[in-house]
Design a protein around this ligand. Structure first.
Ligand code: HEC
Length: 156
């Protein structure tokens, strides 16, 4: 009996540690996750925009890899990173996501789908030369902008 009690106490202590490590507020964890996700998106998109603008030398292999990564990121089912109650009114100073992401739903999902399709088109041709990259990158950039204009605040 005493062993069982000691064991339960150990488990209770352990689960406390796990909870503390994951963060005390799951909603704030979701905000951090989506911001990290957007940084991954940006990291892979930036060199593609750079190549298209002639600021970075075009490299077929690199372009293909970045575009495939971008498409993979776009395909992620990440609705759980946008739980209700995590808009920039409820979490002022921590997030730039506007309440409209929820109040005008499913508009944000539609904007996301436009962007997913654009990344797919880009991934298909990004390795086929600079002209091919340039023919599809504009729609990807408009996809970012389209969603940011409607659902992201300028500042925190
Ligand atoms: C479907 C909507 C949507 C699309 C598409 C989208 N974004 Fe975002 N992005 C957001 C929202 C909303 C935020 C605000 C996140 C927050 O602070 O909660 C954001 C934030 C960001 C941030 C700031 C992250 C941080 O650290 O705070 C960057 C950088 C970014 N996006 C880049 C991009 C790029 C580049 C693309 C296109 C290649 C893109 N996004 C496509 C909605 C979108």
């Amino acid at each position: 009996m005493r062993n069982i009690l000691r064991f339960s106490a150990a488990i209770a202590g352990l689960s406390f540690l796990v909870t503390a490590a994951a963060g005390d507020d799951p909603l704030e964890d979701a905000i951090k996750a989506r911001q990290g996700y957007m940084q991954v998106v940006k990291f892979n998109a930036a060199p593609l925009f750079g190549m298209a603008k002639g600021k970075i030398e075009y490299d077929a292999e690199a372009a293909k890899t970045y575009a495939n990564n971008l498409q993979a990121a776009a395909m992620m089912k990440n609705g759980a990173m946008w739980p209700e109650g995590t808009d920039n009114v409820s979490y002022a100073g921590k997030t730039r996501t506007l309440p409209e992401a929820w109040t005008t739903y499913p508009k944000v999902a539609e904007a996301n789908q436009v962007w997913i399709d654009a990344t797919g088109e880009l991934a298909r041709v990004a390795g086929d030369g600079l002209d091919a990259l340039r023919s599809k990158i504009g729609a990807v950039g408009e996809g970012c902008k389209g969603c940011h204009d409607d659902f992201r605040a300028e500042d925190f």
